[in-house]
Design a binder for this molecule. Structure first.
Ligand code: 5GP
Ligand code: ZN
Length: 116
């Protein structure tokens, strides 16, 4: 995906504060953190959103979940964190490359959602 922002980050064409990578996934600090710890974990291969996954994506999705606790602990959120995957218009997804937000720090993240 030539024009995808997060594909460009994976390729190193846009600078990012990287914290982890392996052959399948890439993790970096969110540019506009909502909490003291705010990381993004993405598949290196372009997947638009959770609305676009298939059975063959299960390993990379599992990998994102499997490393989340390690990344949170290593980056200042050792006592828990919240993982959020915004999906599509209703989910408020702004960047169309699947990404999991890891948010945390030393104070609780707060209620899961604002009630409406
Ligand atoms: P979404 O709303 O799509 O779930 O979240 C997109 C996230 O990407 C936002 O939290 C936003 O701050 C972050 N973001 C947008 N552009 C960049 C960028 O160029 N670099 C980094 N590191 N994060 C970005
Ligand atoms: Zn992409």
């Amino acid at each position: 995906m030539d024009d995808c922002l997060f594909c460009k980050i994976v390729r190193g064409e846009i600078p990012s504060r990287n914290v982890f990578e392996d052959d399948e996934i890439f993790a970096f600090h969110d540019i506009n953190p909502a909490r003291p710890v705010h990381l993004l974990v993405i598949p290196k291969r372009h997947i638009t959103s959770l609305a676009n996954v298939s059975e063959s994506d299960a390993p990379v999705l599992g990998r994102i979940l499997a490393v989340a606790n390690q990344l949170a602990s290593e980056n200042g959120s050792p006592d828990g964190f919240r993982l959020i995957i915004n999906t599509g218009r209703i989910g408020g997804q702004e960047v169309p490359h699947l990404h999991a937000h890891i948010v945390g720090g030393s104070v609780p993240v707060g209620p899961m959602l604002k009630r409406i």
